[in-house]
Ligand binder design. Structure first.
Ligand code: GTP
Ligand code: MG
Length: 195
């Protein structure tokens, strides 16, 4: 997919702000700093349209990016970020959980994990939770430009095993720097949304 048009429709903090036009949505979830906003930028062909930062906790709202007037990417605040107050985290948590389980327009979730490390307990819990609710999920292992291609197979196995993925469930190795995996991620999004 070659994206030309994108617009940040809303940075939502509550449900009544979500778009109402019924177009399909794909959400991006994962730990703070794992690269959700960076993946969004690669997918939409922009450098820093979704704001990225080396400081975790940059994205603090549900950001709906309207792509080609046909679908939305929803950049979700990262989990596992200690600086946000406990109360704030609980509020986010509820909002995100409600969004992920009740949104008819949500056609799939991309869960990002850091390709350089073994998935964390939060990553595992998120994956199991999505599986339990039968949300179509794509796992993307990010930052693989930091790895040697000879390590790719081992990393893939490690992520699959840690998350408890069934054979055939999709996992893509990705780099926002080299754009490795971009087309495969788009293929999956197209399959889920028909766009
Ligand atoms: P929050 O908004 O805090 O939840 O973080 P996020 O998941 O949106 O992460 P973001 O895209 O802001 O990236 C965090 C940092 O990781 C930034 O410094 C990025 O440049 C870097 N980064 C993201 N993806 C990659 C990648 O594929 N390779 C490398 N080398 N760095 C990356
Ligand atoms: Mg972000």
């Amino acid at each position: 997919m070659d994206v030309n048009q994108v617009e940040l429709t809303i940075s939502a903090v509550q449900e009544d702000q979500y778009p109402t036009d019924q177009q399909p949505e794909i959400a991006l979830v994962g730990r703070s700093n794992v690269g959700k906003s960076s993946l969004t930028n690669v997918l939409i062909n922009r450098k820093n349209f979704a704001h990225t930062s080396s400081q975790p906790g940059k994205t603090q709202t549900l950001n709906f990016y309207h792509v080609e007037e046909a679908l939305y990417f929803v950049d979700v605040p990262g989990y596992g970020y200690a600086k946000v107050s406990k109360k704030q985290r609980e509020k986010f948590g509820k909002m995100i959980e409600h969004y992920l389980t009740n949104r008819d327009q949500l056609k799939g979730v991309i869960e990002l994990v850091d390709g350089r490390h073994v998935p964390t307990d939060d990553d595992i819990a998120m994956y199991q939770w999505l599986t339990y609710y039968q949300v179509p999920t794509l796992v993307v292992a990010t930052k693989v430009d930091k790895l040697k291609p000879s390590q790719y197979n081992r990393i893939e196995k490690q992520v699959r095993q840690a998350l408890g993925m069934q054979a055939g469930e999709p996992l893509i190795l990705f780099s926002a720097q080299t754009r490795l995996g971009k087309e495969q991620v788009w293929d999956w999004i197209s399959q889920q949304t028909g766009v």
